[in-house]
Ligand binder design. Structure first.
Ligand code: NAG
Ligand code: NAG
Ligand code: NAG
Ligand code: NAG
Length: 381
């Protein structure tokens, strides 16, 4: 067939043009978004395997041609572009409850974030963090116009029962940072981190008490107080703290927890995801938490289901007491509540620092427009 050679070169042109079109968006994307990270997208490997025009020309000579120079160049441009970008600035408007924390994010391996409490940086800040309990309505929020790129982060770790609504915030904030798992920036009171399974089994601290409770804020209307009053009719509960007129020091707090088989992790109010250090402290100290708070399924989103006992697992306080007394007599059954320790360790959250660093990181990674109009409905609704 006489036409074949010219047909072939025509095809080649088509392939070539096709490939140019294929590569163009990739390169454009890299130049346009200089902050994309290689480890996440593995762009370098994508490009390495993509036959680019330069490569196609030499394809006949090197069938497994791989254009080595190209990804290296791209990477250099990338690094240069990222280095030229300013750090993300997060302005901490109030120190929470007046408590100042160290403002380095190195603990979280978060880089290129600058936390500050210097209000003169307001016009440059990419985000401003507002601690709810330090607001007096909106009267002590910034008065100056907000820069277009700036996001306001609402920060709160109290349950809806323990903090008042400020409806004006519905028109003001962009992001939420709280214990709620559906916050933009969720931060729990503690967390479980996986450990390489340990050789030696967990050493149970010496126990000299069966059930303990440490409580400061006492309210007869609280569900936890009602359950406690029922429970203590059937099993001895040793109660400490201001609520029981037995004030204790911080040292005693951990010492008491260690010495108890069970600790009443009773939240002061019952709300979705509201699980505080009352759960995480006994887990750290080696006691088994008996929890009162949101439903079991909610706890199981945070910690293993066999690491705690839920008050709602029992129809009455009497049956709960019977279970605790049974476990006191059956060590192997009791020890099952400590099994999870082979695989996990509990870390307490770092109040303030963790919220600020994670908010800064979030803003760094989300440059898009965001506003949140439903705060009152979402949090108090
Ligand atoms: C990126 O891809 C290359 C080649 O496929 C691979 O060797 C490397 O481990 C990948 N890197 C990451 C972070 O996934
Ligand atoms: C092509 O790949 C083979 C094996 O993967 C390798 O041995 C050879 O050196 C490569 N040739 C070129 C030109 O890169
Ligand atoms: C931070 O990075 C270091 C070194 O890469 C690592 O050892 C450490 O576990 C990381 N810390 C966190 C909190 O991810
Ligand atoms: C933040 O939210 C406010 C009001 O909720 C809105 O006016 C502003 O444009 C938003 N800014 C960004 C950067 O998303």
């Amino acid at each position: 067939m006489p036409c074949q050679p010219s047909n072939w070169s025509h095809q080649r042109t088509v392939i070539f043009v096709g490939l140019v079109f294929l590569c163009f968006p990739v390169i454009l994307y890299i130049y346009y978004k200089p902050d994309i990270k290689f480890p996440d997208f593995n762009i370098s490997s994508m490009i390495g395997h993509q036959p680019c025009p330069k490569c196609v020309h030499s394809q006949e000579l090197h069938p497994n041609c791989s254009n080595k120079e190209h990804p290296d160049d791209t990477q250099k441009i990338q690094v240069a572009a990222v280095n030229n970008e300013p750090d993300t600035i997060l302005l901490i408007w109030f120190w929470p409850f007046g408590y100042k924390f160290d403002i380095s994010c190195s603990d979280y391996n978060i880089t290129r974030c600058r936390l500050t409490d210097d209000r003169s940086l307001y016009n440059k800040a990419h985000g401003v963090l507002f601690h709810h309990r330090d607001m007096r309505g909106i009267s002590n929020l910034p008065k100056k116009p907000r820069p277009r790129f700036q996001k306001w982060v609402w920060w709160n770790m109290e349950s809806p029962a323990n903090c008042g609504q400020i409806t004006e915030l519905n028109q003001l904030i962009n992001l939420t940072c709280s214990y709620r798992l559906d916050s933009h920036i969720p931060v729990q009171y503690g967390s479980l981190v996986p450990v390489t399974p340990k050789e030696e089994t967990f050493k149970l601290p010496a126990k000299d008490r069966l059930v303990c409770w440490i409580v400061s804020n006492w309210g007869a209307h609280q569900r936890r107080v009602q359950v406690y009053n029922e429970l203590k009719k059937h099993v001895k509960v040793e109660c400490f703290g201001g609520g029981c007129n037995q004030r204790i020091s911080n040292d005693e707090y951990t010492k008491i927890m260690k010495g108890c088989k069970f600790y009443l992790s009773f939240e002061n109010s019952v709300y979705k995801d509201y699980v505080t250090e009352k759960l995480y402290s006994p887990l750290i100290q080696g006691a088994v938490p008996v929890v009162l708070g949101p439903p079991r399924e909610n706890y199981e989103r945070l910690v293993p289901g066999d690491s705690f006992i839920h008050v709602d697992d029992f129809p009455t306080a009497k049956e709960l007491a019977e279970r605790l007394l049974y476990l006191d007599k059956h060590d192997d059954e009791y020890m099952k509540y400590h099994n999870w320790r082979k695989w996990y360790e509990v870390k307490m959250g770092s109040f303030g620092k963790e919220h600020a660093c994670k908010s800064c990181r979030y803003i760094q990674n989300h440059r898009e427009y965001q506003r949140f109009n439903d705060l009152t409905k979402w949090f108090w609704g």
